[in-house]
Design a protein around this ligand. Structure first.
Ligand code: ATP
Length: 339
């Protein structure tokens, strides 16, 4: 099958880290057809539209999308571009893996290695978009559906089965009726797969994840809770610059670093490209290119181990220099092995 990847650099550091990730795809998977799609605030400034129907059509023509970051245009009537894409492709499962790396400069380094995945529902909950604001009141409806709870838990079950681990359901069912609903459906779904599970209230989850990250493997949770827990987990492993993600639906997927456009460092060539590069690793896995995925992981670990990292990780290297080191590793070690 001819694999076509839509490449959206977006705004800010998206324009710096995605080209670096693309260099690596071109080396490892030269047959992928890469289709550039311009989306974001830069486009809005130029044309008055941040994302058009033609952009979405182009993305639909591709097998999946590699995405940088977009800044939402500074117009109160403009809805989040990313929320629009999630809705368009029904990208209901946001998968965020967190792996321990030895970061010498990290202010907080857990004592023991750990690896866990946050599986966050991506289309419902407090991001339902059902909102009302009047002079004296504001409401946002936290909509959870049976279908939404079942399918996100099915994804968590798939990941737990592959990793041969249990699942933690994280919720606030002691307070929220909607989370009683989520918890019950998640538990019933997991039991059907014969997978072990436990439950942790979301507030306690934040606490325990910092203290004992080794105790968690696959965490399934609702939209906003997953969003917040993800940033906490990012700090735990050394920063946003290390965290990739996949947003998937039936038959389509979008891969992106979890960080935003970081306007504070955009244009300085110091953005950490690793989150974007590891997002291409997730893309290779999803496309069944497991050898390339494993090589990307090894190359990233090599760069981190040798402190060839950007300032956010205490290093002195630029975005392009980190990628050069990763590419050098791939070319020497990997191609020697393949010959
Ligand atoms: P946006 O409005 O697009 O979400 P933001 O700056 O509010 O942008 P992030 O882009 O997630 O949010 O950035 C949060 C902080 O983390 C910023 O100080 C930024 O410089 C830093 N940061 C994020 N990504 C990286 C990266 N890849 N490398 C280095 N620092 C990063």
């Amino acid at each position: 099958m001819n694999i076509k990847v839509a490449v959206v650099e977006g705004d800010g550091i998206g324009r710096e880290v995605i080209p670096e990730a693309v260099k690596i795809i071109k080396i490892l998977e030269p047959d992928f057809e890469l289709v550039p799609v311009e989306i974001g605030c830069g486009k809005w400034e130029r044309t008055g539209t941040a994302i058009s129907k033609e952009d979405l059509d182009l993305m639909h023509e591709c097998t999946c999308t590699l995405f940088g970051a977009v800044t939402t245009p500074p117009d109160p009537n403009y809805k989040s571009v990313l929320l629009r894409i999630r809705k368009e492709f029904d990208l209901y499962a946001n998968i965020r893996p967190y792996k321990y790396y030895q970061i010498k400069s990290s202010p907080y380094q857990p004592a023991k290695p750990f690896e866990f995945v946050i599986v966050r529902e991506n289309t419902e909950g407090l991001y339902s978009g059902i909102e009302k604001i009047t002079k004296d009141e504001a409401t946002t409806t936290r909509l959870l559906t049976r279908k939404g709870c079942e399918r996100i838990t099915e994804i968590a079950c798939k990941i737990a089965s592959q990793k041969n681990t249990g699942i933690t359901i994280s919720h606030k069912a002691n307070v929220l009726k909607s989370d009683v609903f989520f918890r019950n459906i998640a538990a019933q779904t997991i039991v059907k797969h014969n997978i072990a599970y436990n439950e942790v209230y979301i507030d306690a989850m934040a606490y325990h994840l910092v203290l004992h990250p080794q105790n968690y493997h696959v965490i399934v949770t609702t939209n906003l809770f997953g969003d917040i827990l993800s940033d906490l987990a990012a700090a735990l492993i050394g920063g946003l610059g290390l965290c990739p993600s996949a947003s998937i639906s039936e038959g389509y997927a979008l891969f992106e670093p979890i960080h935003g456009s970081a306007p504070d460092i955009a244009g300085c060539n110091i953005a950490n490209p690793i989150a974007a590069i590891l997002s291409t690793k997730m893309m290779c896995e999803w496309l069944g290119k497991h050898e390339s995925a494993a090589i990307i992981q090894q190359a990233v670990e090599y760069a981190i181990l040798h402190q060839i990292v950007t300032p956010d990780l205490g290093g002195v290297y630029t975005t392009t220099q980190v990628t050069e080191a990763i590419i050098k590793y791939i070319k020497t070690v990997h191609f020697v092995c393949r010959e």
